[in-house]
Design a protein. Structure first.
Length: 123
């Protein structure tokens, strides 16, 4: 790789981290999802989950946060392109939010499968 292309490659990581930082600091849903992710990690540590359970928890966190970021982008883009209400923009935004909701519901089910038996065993 040439020096300039190497620099561009690493610069793309800097831009991506700036995007993640912006999302987690400025988007309400980013803050909420980060809190839920931190809670899931704390519960995982506290309950001593197995390696395969860690994989499931981390994949769920990644999917929810990743889709929430994409949803935020879709909403911002739609709001930039179309300032007034438009029925097609509403459908686009609803589907994007629905994707986040779907992954969140499945993630909650997975969390219940992993955590409830361990919590019951402690009681």
């Amino acid at each position: 790789m040439k020096k300039s292309s190497t620099r561009k490659f690493f610069k793309s990581f800097v831009y991506a981290f700036h995007g993640m930082k912006y999302f987690l600091l400025h988007e309400r849903n980013g803050k909420v999802q980060l809190f839920i992710a931190a809670t899931a990690v704390a519960a995982s540590v506290g309950l001593g989950i197995a390696v395969t359970e860690w994989v499931a928890v981390l994949l769920c966190i990644a999917m929810v946060l990743g889709l929430e970021m994409v949803n935020s982008v879709v909403e911002k883009l739609c709001n930039t392109v179309q300032k007034e209400y438009h029925p097609e923009i509403k459908i686009i935004k609803d589907i994007s939010a629905g994707a986040v909701l779907w992954v969140s519901i499945i993630s909650a089910v997975i969390a219940c499968i992993i955590f409830i038996p361990k919590i019951i065993a402690l009681l």
